[in-house]
Design a protein around this ligand. Structure first.
Ligand SMILES: C[S@@+](CC[C@H](N)C(=O)[O-])C[C@H]1O[C@@H](n2cnc3c(N)ncnc32)[C@H](O)[C@@H]1O
Length: 271
């Protein structure tokens, strides 16, 4: 083969590699994979029905992203995962004595969604650990818990997860949701420490498996936005993301778990 042909093939191969790598690192691909080409916003943003028998009489909050509901939520991150949670946790829905643990609750959106859609039996509970270092967010959490009409089902544990997990019962929880500090060191300690609180057969759900912090506007390598985004994402994918911690955990705990779901969130079942 002529040198010119070889060089042409090498250039085409490099261009294809970079194009695939570029797509793989976009937020759309990291969140949805192939579904980014087929799904509409309505398919992925399932809107929860916030009115339940227990809170039917509560006045509308008039605030946040669901002003007609009794809740005050300004962040709806969990909306993107509702379909996956419905599928992954449907076997727990409505059963008595089901207990969830959430590390990182913020305004209480994901906890209250779980309460109203999975932990629906009166004897089921959710334990919420959060450092609550912002008074405004803690006040919203407390207000939202009261607005459920069943505040006794939500056990609030305030403090850093690395301390508070130690106070919990062994083998108590049917699922653990890890959504606290996103730095790898904390994700790893949250996973290792809360593993013991999970029942055999229980699920551990990691948020942000493929998360990469968005490139700050001032961080520019070439001054061409899409190239700067690519270089930022390339560097960030194994650094400031929960992923390296989750990968290490999966590797070391491989004999004791099976991966049951892997997309933007990752779910494992304890054997
Ligand atoms: C992304 S938010 C949680 C969102 C929530 N799960 C939802 O979907 O609505 C992350 C939360 O983790 C909490 N957090 C961060 N570091 C923590 C730590 N070391 N211990 C406990 N909570 C922590 C923050 O205060 C924040 O409320």
């Amino acid at each position: 083969m002529k040198l010119k042909t070889l060089i042409t093939l090498a250039v085409i191969a490099a261009a294809v590699y970079i194009a695939i790598d570029f797509i793989r690192l976009t937020p759309g691909w990291r969140m949805y994979g192939w579904e980014m080409f087929t799904k509409t916003d309505d398919d992925v943003l399932a809107h929860p029905a916030w009115r339940t028998e227990a809170n039917a009489q509560m006045p509308a909050s008039g605030e946040g992203i669901f002003p007609d509901s009794p809740y005050v939520f300004y962040e709806g991150w969990h909306l993107f995962h509702i379909h996956d949670w419905e599928n992954n946790l449907k076997h727990l829905r409505g059963k008595p004595g089901i207990h969830g643990l959430e590390i990182g609750s913020y305004e209480g959106f994901s906890a209250i969604w779980a309460l109203q859609n999975i932990l629906t039996h009166p004897s089921s509970t959710i334990t919420c650990i959060d450092i609550f270092d912002e008074q405004k967010i803690e006040d919203r959490f407390d207000r939202n818990v009261a607005a459920t009409g069943t505040p006794e089902k939500i056990i609030k544990v305030k403090g850093p997860s690395e301390h508070m997990i130690r106070t919990l019962e062994i083998n108590k929880f049917d699922y653990v949701y890890i959504d606290g500090c996103h730095l790898p060191k904390w994700v790893l300690s949250d996973a290792v420490m809360s593993w013991e609180t999970l029942k055999p057969g229980g699920l551990m759900i990691f948020d942000d498996y493929t998360h990469i912090d968005a490139r700050p506007e001032h961080s520019r390598f070439t001054r061409i936005n899409f190239i700067d985004d690519y270089l930022w994402n390339k560097r960030g994918q194994y650094r400031d993301s929960p992923r390296p911690a989750i990968d290490v955990f999966l590797d070391i705990y491989a004999p004791y778990l099976e991966v049951v779901f892997k997309k933007y969130q990752l779910v494992v079942r304890k054997k």
